[in-house]
Design a protein around this ligand. Structure first.
Ligand code: ZN
Length: 103
């Protein structure tokens, strides 16, 4: 997939790429992840906390809870094998919004 320069500029304004990638311990796939800038504002308030970030992928669908420090490093992860998604239009809209960004 080719991402245009315009799309890269847009993504650079809404996301910060995390410094390290991570391999899912369940399926073995390696991922590069990013956080939205509005979430990064939380780091400025509490530099001692690890921020939980969920990454969903795979078949069967599973996920990783990634704990991220204030310098955008993934410090640890947990695998999630049981996932339930609320079946309402508000949730569907948010999932589509997340899906359409480059991370
Ligand atoms: Zn996986």
């Amino acid at each position: 997939m080719v991402i245009s320069l315009k799309e890269r500029k847009i993504s650079g304004k809404i996301k910060q790429t995390l410094k390290n990638s991570y391999t899912c311990p369940f399926c073995g796939k390696k991922f590069k992840m990013g956080l939205e800038y509005n979430i990064l504002e939380i780091f400025k308030k509490d530099k001692l906390a690890l921020y939980p970030h969920i990454h969903l992928h795979g078949n069967p669908l599973h996920g990783m809870v990634c704990y991220i420090d204030w310098q955008y490093n993934i410090r640890s992860i947990e695998v999630i094998k049981s996932i339930e998604i609320s079946r309402d239009s508000e949730t569907f809209g948010e999932i589509m919004s997340k899906w359409s960004n480059p991370y």
